[in-house]
Design a protein around this ligand. Structure first.
Ligand SMILES: [Zn+2]
Length: 406
């Protein structure tokens, strides 16, 4: 028996006028997802516990079968683990985006122009981060390079207690009200200001500006936390598991839960990625003995944050065409019994370009027999029509493994 979770990050959305009142899931061509919905158990699930911010961290933790209200300690420590950073108990990890702010002389008077500095390529980003490391690292403040615009700052000998705002939530807004505040607020605002002074005229940014690309001219800090203590997946669910993913967040959750998480060439974690490569990696993990594989695709979420509707629809169609279809067909050919859980982690509506904590549409499918309630197709409205509602994300993992879907 094989278990496959296929998660399209931020896939769910709201009706869009330009699509004739349809959502991207309804507008996208998804014959494979629709087949699962017509033969499986469809409904809506709340992945984010009430009162928790709608982050991909808590949502994916929940879908992986871990209650965020027990295990969640912040986003950055999960990513830090994936970057190979060893966190001591008194270390606080903080996500450090390379972002683009406007050029006003006073730092506090600037505006957030691009949370990802135009998805700056990793090579350029790491050169900038290394430059900052030379000038800003100190005994209890260490910067670590990551992938594209995502990096990590670790503060030693301290605790959580600083308020941050994710940069993708303040696009086009003045930054003053959103600067770090609280325990390490002043110190970290100074860190951001210094990063701007150091980066604004860096040759890499002058070249980017000359090509009309967004300059990576500031560090923007958010998502602090200490190292989480998560039970191994094998201990909790009795299965060997693996993850086919690209972003540090999911890789970190995989490492913290003892799942295999191989590097997948071509998988970017950006708006455009190689879904077929992820499907092949997932099948390879199964061949290598994994009973369960978690396939995560970041593209729909990045597209929505960037306000790119066509890209969001293309990303959903690629998941259907290059992952759902090939994985199903391959397992059917092998006459291997299998079960699939298909869902997003949270909605990322195009209209607001950020996450919401609303319920998302899911399908549980088993290859040995049809289950119910079915849906007419895989979309928010069709899955809601079944009136099956799962109040907590981890319940889905339990149902996928037990086979008792409804
Ligand atoms: Zn997400």
């Amino acid at each position: 028996m094989k278990y496959i979770i296929i998660l399209g990050d931020g896939m769910a959305d709201l009706p869009i006028e330009n699509l004739g009142g349809r959502t991207p899931l309804q507008a996208a061509k998804t014959p494979c997802m629709d087949e699962l919905a017509k033969r499986g158990t469809a409904g809506m699930v709340r992945t984010i516990p009430e009162g928790m911010p709608p982050g991909s961290d808590a949502a994916n933790m929940s879908v992986m079968g871990y209650d965020p209200s027990i295990y969640y300690t912040g986003r950055a420590p999960i990513e830090a683990v994936s970057m190979g950073i060893n966190l001591n108990p008194s270390d606080v990890a903080i996500r450090c985006n390379l972002s683009t702010v406007s050029d006003e002389p006073v730092y506090e008077n600037k505006t957030m122009l691009d949370f990802s500095a135009g998805e700056i390529p990793t090579e350029q980003a790491n050169a900038l981060i290394r430059y900052l490391i030379e000038h800003l690292n100190e005994k209890h403040m260490r910067l670590y390079p990551g992938i594209s615009f995502r990096h990590c700052l670790v503060l030693g000998n301290t605790a959580v207690g600083t308020r941050f705002t994710p940069p993708h939530d303040i696009m086009g807004k003045p930054i003053r009200p959103y600067l770090p505040e609280g325990l390490n607020g002043t110190r970290l605002t100074e860190f951001q200001r210094h990063s701007y002074e150091l980066l604004k005229d860096h040759p890499i940014n002058l070249e980017r500006k000359a090509r009309y690309e967004p300059a990576a001219n500031t560090c923007w800090l958010w998502g602090e936390g200490t190292r989480p203590a998560m039970k191994p997946f094998k201990e909790l669910y009795g299965l060997n598991a693996g993850a086919a993913c690209a972003v540090d967040l999911i890789k970190g959750l995989a490492i913290l839960t003892g799942m295999k998480a191989p590097h997948i060439p071509g998988a970017t974690g950006g708006k455009r990625t190689d879904c077929a490569a992820k499907a092949r990696a997932a099948l390879r993990l199964m061949d290598e003995g994994c009973d369960l594989v978690y396939i995560h695709v970041e593209a729909p979420d990045e597209s929505a944050h960037a306000g790119d509707l066509d890209c969001k629809i293309e990303a959903i169609e690629a998941i259907d065409r290059d992952i759902v279809g090939p994985v199903m067909n391959c397992l059917r050919k092998r006459s291997e019994e299998f079960r699939i859980l298909l869902l997003p982690d949270h909605p990322t509506p195009m209209s607001i370009r950020t996450h919401t904590a609303g319920p998302v549409p899911f399908v549980l499918y088993r290859s040995d027999r049809d289950t119910s309630p079915h849906a007419k197709a895989y979309s928010e409205a069709d899955c809601a029509d079944t009136e099956l509602f799962i109040p907590e994300g981890p319940m889905l993992m339990k149902r996928l493994i037990s086979g008792e879907f409804s």
